[in-house]
Design a protein around this ligand. Structure first.
Ligand code: SDX
Length: 429
């Protein structure tokens, strides 16, 4: 037995040996299978890349059947329980846990890069009062590329590092200012005496008090949520960052593409959609009718299902537990009862069981964000802040991967061919 396929092309009777490595075959090997030299070799058609590996990566490991998630080999449960978001960010970016000195330097560097150019402030003030914060975040992250033109030198490790630090440091500032713009409140500058997550809360909520004093239980819960969102291998937004980054553009433009992908309701926008869904259901009595709507395709159970997890998303389990800690401070979110009843019914219902649809990371996170008094349109901004180290770890890996090329997939052409053009003057005469 060898690690290979023997493929027989019945159009020609020819046989091909296709090597198998790491559980995959190379599409290029299938390209050698052709009828004759005048026709292209075989391509692989895979909408949404459901069964296509785009890269080799050592950042995050997921086993969807077993509900396993590990960052650089460390189980998410242990990191969520005992690490901090900035330590996890260090781990994702550098590939190893930091020493005390490395961690202190990392925290110092990030703390002292939280400010953004004053022009960003006037740029943000140009948005409508009701602009969606994700639209503002996507625009302002992209705009950062114009403030750091040296970021184009992506092959210089020191340059990659400073841009990585800047983006992790500035994402909360941009996110908080997007929120303050929507609230019509003055922008709050970073407070470098506060921890990363406490500073974010200060920029969100500080008003006339001299110094914002966050509740440490809330800081811990939000820091844990950031850890849970930090990376997730080749999800839609990581793929966007890699695809745009493969053109060798600066990292700000690549991450702005990731923010755009995350904005979508099937991806990071699902947490906002879950809250709106729960509010629309309104009471437990309306759940059976809603479930029927899902089954006949009129509704989608937002926060359920996953391309990879065919088991309970391990992050959802942790977030569900974090709900209790947050609700101890804020009071229980009345929508929690509807969410729990919805989950109970769905997990027993054949439609969901057969399709292996379980709660994902977005199902419970919105309940915590709402309890923390974030408006739904801010939920995906919180996701983006957490995901930034993951996007940058993927981008750094892409830039150093000698196997990578500019992303340019094939297509199956279905349009017309060789048509004769008639100029409009004749067509319309
Ligand atoms: C995130 O990829 C990642 O890692 C993403 C993420 C990350 O950390 O980066 O984990 C974050 O994006 C989580 C997912 C958040 N999105 C939602 O909660 C939106 C609702 N879920 C879905 O739309 C859906 O489950 C996806 C988009 C998450 C996954 O879609 P797939 O893998 O393309 O699966 P599919 O749409 O082909 O669904 C398979 C079947 C279909 O039924 P049939 O057509 O075979 O009859 O399951 C059904 C779907 O209709 N289905 C659902 C459903 N999700 C899938 N039916 C009802 N409600 C749902 N939520």
């Amino acid at each position: 037995m060898t690690d290979s396929l023997t493929v027989r092309d019945n159009r020609t009777g020819q046989e091909y040996e296709v090597p198998i490595a790491d559980g995959a075959i190379r599409a290029a090997d299938l390209g050698k299978i052709r009828v004759d030299d005048d026709n292209p070799g075989l391509a692989v058609y895979d909408p949404g890349f459901v069964n296509t590996a785009s890269c080799r990566s050592s950042v995050t490991y997921i086993d969807g059947e077993k509900g396993i998630l590990e960052y650089r080999g460390y189980p998410i449960e242990q990191l969520a329980e005992s690490s901090s978001f900035l330590e996890v960010a260090y781990l994702l970016i550098h590939g190893a846990l930091p020493s005390k000195t490395e961690y202190e330097q990392w925290v110092h560097d990030i703390t002292y890069h939280t400010f953004v150019h004053e022009n960003i402030k006037s740029f943000m003030e140009g948005f409508r009062y009701d602009a969606h914060p994700m639209g503002m975040l996507m625009a302002s992250v992209g705009a950062l590329s114009t403030f750091y033109p040296d970021a184009v030198d992506i092959h210089d490790p020191a340059n990659r590092h400073i841009q990585t630090v800047r983006m992790i440091a500035k994402m909360p500032t941009l996110g908080a200012w997007s929120f303050r713009n929507a609230q019509g409140k003055p922008f709050v500058y970073p407070d470098n005496e506060l921890s990363y997550t406490a500073n974010f809360l200060s920029m969100l909520w500080k008003m006339s008090e001299i110094k914002y004093q966050p509740d440490e239980r809330i800081v811990k819960a939000l820091d844990t949520l950031f850890i849970l969102h930090a990376d997730h291998e080749q999800n839609c937004s990581a793929n966007a960052v890699r695809s745009v980054g493969s053109s060798q553009v600066d990292p700000y433009s690549a991450v702005a593409a990731g923010v755009g992908a995350l904005y979508g309701p099937l991806h990071g926008g699902a947490n906002e959609a879950v809250l709106r869904m729960l509010k629309r259901i309104g009471t437990k009595d309306n759940i059976p009718a809603f479930i029927e709507g899902v089954k006949n395709g009129d509704e989608r159970l937002m926060g359920f299902g996953h391309r990879v997890y065919k088991n309970y998303d391990p992050r959802a389990r942790i977030i569900k537990k974090a709900c209790d800690d947050v609700f101890e401070v804020t009071g229980v979110n009345p929508l929690l009862e509807i969410a729990q009843e919805l989950e109970k019914i769905a997990l027993e219902d054949e439609y969901f069981v057969q399709r292996k649809l379980y709660p994902n990371v977005d199902f419970y996170s919105g309940l915590i964000y709402e309890a923390l008094e974030f408006p739904p349109e801010m939920f995906t901004v919180l996701f983006a802040i957490g995901r930034t180290p993951g996007w940058l770890a993927q981008w750094n890996e892409l830039v150093q991967d000698k196997e990578q090329k500019i992303a340019r997939p094939k297509q199956i052409y279905t349009g017309g061919r060789g048509l004769d053009f008639t100029p409009s003057s004749q067509r319309w005469a």
